[in-house]
Design a binder for this molecule. Structure first.
Ligand code: AMP
Length: 191
């Protein structure tokens, strides 16, 4: 049975970097809704153009669009090896929809890894980010940080209600130290 894992944490916590490293190492698939939206935008698909209205404001793209995009991605055969979700779910309804999508695939969510990082450190990291993303502007960063608190309040009760599902890692450390912990946790779901 493939592993399905959510990487959860504030913007700038490094979950995308870790998801990339872990999926490459273990042959799993990284499903990052932010990256999927940026890809759609780059290809100027109708979905990408629609999503851009929200992304440029640092607002969440509506659930219907986001869940539809994830559903489509999960239907691709590579996802059968297992998936790490990065930046999804961001609402309680997305979390419930993910449970339903995984059960359609005959699977379930195996683990939520919570990347714990103080908001001030998160802000400092985003300000220093060199990727030149359109939503890494100071005023948008502030909004994304505030929104994360709402995201957490919306998503985590769903997961915290399931004993043992959520595992926390201290994300205020060097990438390699975090990687060791994350790898051990992910591997434990594959055993
Ligand atoms: P990220 O790369 O995860 O920071 O996402 C960049 C932007 O894409 C976010 O600020 C949102 O506008 C949009 N986005 C990414 N994931 C989601 C999601 N799960 N639900 C709604 N909007 C999302």
């Amino acid at each position: 049975m493939p592993a399905f894992i959510v990487f959860f944490g504030p913007p700038g916590c490094g979950k995308g970097t870790q998801a990339k490293k872990v999926t490459e190492e273990l042959g799993l698939v990284q499903v990052s809704t932010g990256e999927l939206f940026r890809k759609h935008l780059g290809e100027k698909t109708p979905l990408g153009i629609k999503a851009q209205e929200y992304m440029s404001q640092g607002a969440l793209v509506p659930d219907e669009i986001t869940i539809g995009m994830v559903r489509e991605r999960l239907q691709q055969p590579d996802c059968q090896s297992g998936v790490i979700f990065d930046g999804f779910p961001r609402t309680g309804d997305q979390a419930k929809a993910l449970d339903a999508l995984l059960s359609e695939l005959g699977g379930k969510l195996n683990m939520v890894i919570d990347f714990a990082l103080d908001m001030n450190i998160s802000r400092a990291r985003l300000m220093g980010r060199q990727e030149g993303r359109a939503d890494d502007k100071p005023e948008v960063i502030e909004k994304r940080l505030n929104d994360h608190a709402k995201v957490e309040a919306s998503v985590m009760p769903h997961y915290n209600a399931q004993p043992g599902l959520v595992r926390s890692v201290d994300a205020d450390r060097a990438i390699d130290a975090i990687y060791q912990d994350v790898m051990a946790l992910v591997k434990s779901t594959l055993a």
